[in-house]
Design a protein around this ligand. Structure first.
Ligand code: COA
Ligand code: ZN
Length: 312
């Protein structure tokens, strides 16, 4: 079995994660991002320039961008829903932007009040604003592996949207499992539907809603995918998707990948420290398993008072 030597991780906890939590103060968001930028992660989705009534937890993203300590080599991006959002992102100094459309019309309408094709028609204007500011835009196809309202989505339709986003000027497109409906063979079916697209412009955005997250990641990895989204601590989900839970957990993914010899360029202990901070921020236990158990290399001292097998 051959695995890639390196993968890149886009850390989406400060956006996809926190947008589904009770709003936390801007200063706490800034501290989380500054913690993450010290781990070796090279891409952090730091906020969203959406309507504050649509996603209250992302209000103040301008202040987040103004407050973070920029680490050279780290890309700080933002999600934008429209031209207005892109203009706000440029003014705030975002390095890159993400545009999302949903493969499910129903989900897309609930998210941004227009059809999928209407959203698609709006992408070139957003990309133009970004180009004028010399920044790149990446696409995300949400509900690419199933929609909570419409059920299964045809992989062919996902393929059409991926190609359309690339044609509209996106530098890459992430296949989004918005509500964790993928299983490994469904990952394979959608990847087959984009087999004509260069693999290095495809990313996979997984949620672990039903416990299939890391299995899905491994399947995609074996199919040659090297770009993944993940969320520190497993923060978050999408507030418009019933039953949504967090993204796959960054430290759980990094722990597994690095042990398999796949380099993520991340300091796992530093990342675990950020996960503990994220948990403190939201004030409830997060899904992270490596935060709980520690890495497999962390040995436990043998208790002095326990007799050994010989009963001594
Ligand atoms: N940021 C802030 N305000 C915005 C905005 C943006 N990106 N885009 C539009 N607005 C404002 C307009 O200025 C207008 O304000 P006004 O009523 O004071 O004049 C108002 O919102 C309505 O504008 P309109 O263009 O009709 O937008 P809309 O009502 O169709 O809302 C979105 C569409 C996209 C702005 C809104 O649904 C949204 O922000 N959705 C984000 C969803 C999301 O992030 N989901 C999570 C990702 S999975
Ligand atoms: Zn998501």
């Amino acid at each position: 079995m051959s695995l890639p030597a390196n993968v890149t991780i886009r850390e989406v906890g400060p956006r996809d994660g926190l947008q589904n939590e009770q709003p936390v103060p801007v200063e706490a968001r800034v501290r989380l991002i500054d913690c993450l930028s010290g781990t070796g992660l090279t891409h952090i989705e730091a906020g969203a320039f959406v309507h504050p009534d649509a996603i209250p937890a992302m209000a103040g993203s301008e202040d987040v961008f103004a407050g973070i300590r920029r680490v050279p080599g780290v890309c700080y991006s933002a999600l934008v829903p429209n031209v207005r959002g892109m203009e706000r992102a440029v003014a705030a100094g975002a390095d890159r932007a993400e545009v999302v459309l949903s493969a499910s019309d129903t989900h897309n309408r609930r998210n941004v009040r227009r059809s999928t094709d209407e959203s698609l028609a709006g992408i070139p204007a957003i990309v133009q604003v970004a180009r004028d500011a010399q920044i790149d835009v990446d696409g995300v196809v949400a509900t690419a592996f199933g929609c909570p309202y419409e059920g299964d989505i045809e992989p062919r339709e996902v393929g059409r949207l991926v190609r359309a986003l690339l044609d509209a000027g996106c530098g890459s497109v992430a296949l989004g499992d918005t509500t964790g409906m993928a299983t490994p063979t469904r990952i394979g079916a959608v990847l087959d539907a984009v087999a004509d697209v260069p693999v290095d412009v495809i990313a996979v955005h997984l949620h672990d809603t039903r416990g299939t997250g890391l299995a899905n990641l491994l399947w995609a990895l074996q199919a040659g995918i090297t770009h993944f989204d993940a969320s520190v601590g497993g923060l978050g989900g999408c507030p418009y998707a019933p039953g949504a839970s967090g993204n796959i957990v960054t430290e759980d993914a990094v722990h597994m990948l690095q042990d398999m010899g796949v380099d993520c360029g991340v300091d796992l202990d530093a990342l675990i420290g950020c996960a503990a901070r994220a948990e403190g921020m939201v004030g409830r236990p997060l899904a992270s398993q490596v935060l709980r158990a520690g890495p497999r290399t962390r040995l436990t001292a043998v208790p002095a008072d326990v007799p050994d097998r010989a009963g001594r």
